[in-house]
Design a protein around this ligand. Sequence first.
Ligand SMILES: Cc1cc2nc3c(=O)[nH]c(=O)nc-3n(C[C@H](O)[C@H](O)[C@H](O)COP(=O)(O)OP(=O)(O)OC[C@H]3O[C@@H](n4cnc5c(N)ncnc54)[C@H](O)[C@@H]3O)c2cc1C
Length: 329
Amino acid sequence: MGEAFDVLIVGAGMSGLTAARGLAATGRSVRVVDKGRGVGGRVATRRISDATFDHGAQFFTARDPRFLALVEQWVAEGAASEWFRSSSGSGGNPRYRGTPTMTSIAKALSAGLDVVLSTRVESVRRVGDTDRAAWRVRFADATEVEAGSVILTPPVPQSLEILRSGEVVIESQTRSLLESVEYAPCIAIMAVLNGPSRIDPPGGIAPKPDDPAFPISWISDNRQKGVSNVAAITIHASAAFSRENLQRDPKDVADALLSAASPWLGSDAIEHQLHVWRYARPTRFLDVGCVTVCASPALVVAGDACLGARLEAAVLSGWAAASVCTTSL
Ligand SMILES: Cc1cc2nc3c(=O)[nH]c(=O)nc-3n(C[C@H](O)[C@H](O)[C@H](O)COP(=O)(O)OP(=O)(O)OC[C@H]3O[C@@H](n4cnc5c(N)ncnc54)[C@H](O)[C@@H]3O)c2cc1C
């Protein structure tokens, strides 16, 4: 048997990192594991040659007072800033971004935490008798650790697969709830340009928000945003286009999206990459902070599947999951 922790958190996205911070602050031993090479999950930044791209979440809003206080802390630390304001509301509502890139906020959250990257969790299995039950977490390399509580923050279908692999019994109402969550995919194109784009300040645009047939939902200019030193744009395909083209040849998909984006490009795309977010945003989510699969030992599902398709929801869900584990330990 490997190491043991009070809490093992699967996923170093905004939800998992928030839960970890909350629990570590109460003195629990907490480990976060993520299959990715960096922290942030769908808050993601990638480099191509000299260019840098935010290719997941582009900005975020803050409505909950507790989350707003966290955002203000990030702003004070230089990890986030206001990017622009919506046209609605008196004076508009702030849209924040990480500085210099979106992943800066995930890095700020992860500071001082025990985070292990490039580690895929395969299963979570209940072990021990009723008095001393715990969770045994198995990784892709066949190593294992034991934890008093587990928080799963991957998209729900991936969390259910981890539970299925460990033969965790899920009460039927809880299973139905989890299985009701639905996601839309998003195909992202990152393109390096040989000159400036035609995107107006502040550097991000929803090109034809009222036309559901238009294949692009968002284009941003990473240089204008201050993310990239060279001209670099991120294109997000609409949910409908992404769904219809998931299986298509990536080259044809990239050509179609770059062609649709041409009025905003202004320069030639000299290099590009495509990334598929299979579970980009929940389109059907739960109206609860997190889902308790087992109360003792605690096994909790959290993430933006609870409360909504927004970075703020992921953070609020992380706090809710931390609170369930704090009570159970
Ligand atoms: C293209 C795109 C654009 C978006 N735009 C916005 C926006 O403008 N504003 C906004 O507020 N929100 C936006 N969002 C949504 C926002 O990014 C998410 O709501 C939020 O980041 C979700 O965080 P999370 O922690 O719940 O999940 P995630 O960020 O998905 O974190 C889950 C983590 O679990 C890890 N994981 C999965 N399976 C395993 C496993 N088996 N073992 C180990 N680790 C595993 C993953 O690698 C991932 O890091 C966008 C999302 C996408 C994809």
